[in-house]
Design a binder for this molecule. Structure first.
Ligand code: BES
Ligand code: MN
Ligand code: ZN
Length: 498
């Protein structure tokens, strides 16, 4: 769908979306339309329960007196609550209603919102952004879909006085949307198509945007001593890769030292010899959601030319059972030198991340490391699907991330760390073991990762509950959410760019 910005005018076709404020208060555009249609709008409102609360909708079909075919009344709520995030929701709500309505174009008129927390340009740009995120669908494998099952809406015109400024504000948001779409695509893609080699190839494409991409092959991983990652990979016929993506948007002053983003990229997680049950195992195609978020983030940062020195790194493996697979009880040596007893081959994400985190720290000396991983089922038990788990050794970093998450609606909930939890992963044969029992499973997993970060400020986001959604939200359709791209783009904008 195309998003365009133009100065207010009366559209000659399609749908005109007019705002109504809380308490049935007509905006100037709504009032004008009401006059032109001999009161059709007031009549429609009084014939319904529509009050103008945010995201309420009311169709006024085929109104006489104007050329447009439909009027859609959109509740704006109260103007002092209308901010960038709620404007995105409005955009998503509009697309949700009109996307498959048969209408091809819609023009949105939102005026009469003076005195709100953000200006009309911000509302316009974020409304367009929300509509764009809502319009996402993964339909490449639907071969028999009829035309009337596909979205009809091809263009959303957002009308605002300073259209040129809205277009400029929208520019970087569109680049972020590109990153979110890429992350969602990668999460949706099945594991027979997306495996370590093809995912590495997807990351390699970022070179077109000026990202330096380096793909480390199995032989190199062996030379580096990444025994923990290689142990996970050894059951699969598909070789593992580690991909380093370096965006050098700023290498001066305080921004010299890079910030590092690390992603778990298990392209399919059967559990290995500690095999998972069959029910729901198909979900494990999205066990690379952390890597998808990192790749999508690098696309967003490069796309909008962020003034930051950022390294993205992903560990790509497939976790399979086979005659060559690692066994429960095996002891592996990580790149850090620490030995690990593999109690459960299904706790594989932490083994992959251990070596990737160590490597990025060793090579780039980052000022902060943020990892994203669909790491534990336990985090879903703790937080459901409404927050990702945040674990950190640095309060300032944690607070920053909590704030960024809130601002973009990808929220985090901070979880504890602590010596008592760390004790749960002591091993009788090696330095540590890869599981610490059922109790506090997400925390012991984070404690495991902590063994590899040294004194670098670090945050771990357990995104197992938020990478895939089975319920659509206004700006997040069902399926791959792209969680993490918007959050970390915002974190970079607020905390890392000069
Ligand atoms: N990829 C899973 C975690 C997961 C579960 C992600 C459900 C998304 C939805 C991870 O590799 C895993 O299997 N974790 C185990 C750890 C256990 C063996 C200690 C788990 O959570 O059961
Ligand atoms: Mn697993
Ligand atoms: Zn996994």
């Amino acid at each position: 769908m195309k998003i365009t910005f133009s100065q207010p005018s009366l559209p000659g076709k399609g749908t005109i979306v007019a705002g109504i404020l809380e308490g049935k208060k007509l905006t100037p555009t709504a009032r004008d339309l009401d006059e032109r249609t001999s009161g059709a709008i007031s009549k429609a409102i009084s014939a319904s329960r529509f009050t103008g609360k945010a995201n309420e909708l009311l169709d006024v079909m085929a109104p006489a007196g104007i050329e447009a075919e439909r009027i859609l009344l959109l509740g704006l709520g109260s103007p002092d609550k209308l901010d960038a995030a709620s404007a995105e929701t409005l955009g998503g709500t509009i697309f949700g209603h009109l996307g498959g309505s048969g209408q091809k174009v819609a023009a949105v008129a939102i005026d009469g919102i003076e005195g709100g927390v953000v200006d009309a340009v911000t509302v316009a740009a974020h409304l367009g952004f929300g509509a764009e995120l809502a319009a996402y669908r993964f339909d490449k494998y639907r071969t028999s879909e009829k035309a009337d099952q596909k979205p009809s809406l091809a263009e959303l015109q957002v009308m605002v006085d300073d259209a040129a400024k809205a277009r400029r504000t929208f520019g970087p948001l569109q680049k972020v949307a590109d990153g979110v779409r890429l992350a969602r695509d990668l999460v949706w893609e099945p594991a027979n198509v997306l495996y370590p080699e093809t995912l590495a190839e997807q990351a390699r494409q970022l070179a077109d945007l000026g990202v330096e991409v380096q793909v480390l092959e199995e032989e190199r991983l062996r030379e580096l001593g990444m025994g923990a990652l290689l142990g996970v990979a050894q059951g699969s016929t598909r070789p593992p890769y580690v991909v380093v993506m370096h965006w050098r948007g700023s290498e001066r002053g305080a921004n010299k030292q890079p910030v590092a983003f690390v992603g778990k990229g298990v392209t399919f997680d059967t559990g290995g010899i500690s095999l998972k049950p069959a029910g729901g195992m198909e979900d494990m195609k999205w066990d690379m959601g952390g890597a998808a978020a990192v790749i999508g983030l690098m696309k967003a940062l490069a796309g909008r030319k962020a003034k930051v020195n950022a390294v993205g790194i992903v560990g790509l493996v497939e976790n399979m059972p086979s005659g060559t697979a690692q066994r429960p009880g095996d002891v592996v040596r990580s790149m850090s030198g620490q030995t690990i007893e593999v109690i459960n081959t299904d706790a594989e994400g932490r083994l992959v991340l251990a070596d990737v985190i160590w490597y990025v720290r060793d090579r780039f000396k980052p000022r902060a490391i943020i990892d994203l991983a669909t790491l534990t089922g336990a985090i879903i038990i703790s937080l459901g699907h409404h927050n990702a788990g945040l674990f950190s050794n640095d309060d300032a970093l944690a607070d920053r991330l909590l704030a960024s998450g809130k601002a973009v609606g990808e929220t985090l909930w901070r979880m504890p760390l602590g010596e008592e939890y760390a004790k749960q992963i002591k091993s009788d044969i090696a330095d540590i073991k890869n599981v610490g029992g059922r109790e506090g499973g997400s925390v012991t997993a984070a404690e495991f990762l902590k063994k590899f970060v040294g004194d670098t400020p670090w945050a771990h986001l357990d995104i197992a509950g938020v990478t895939w959604s089975s319920k659509a939200k206004p700006t997040v359709p069902k399926g791959g959410t792209g969680f993490g791209v918007r959050l970390l783009d915002r974190y970079v904008a607020d905390a890392c760019e000069s």
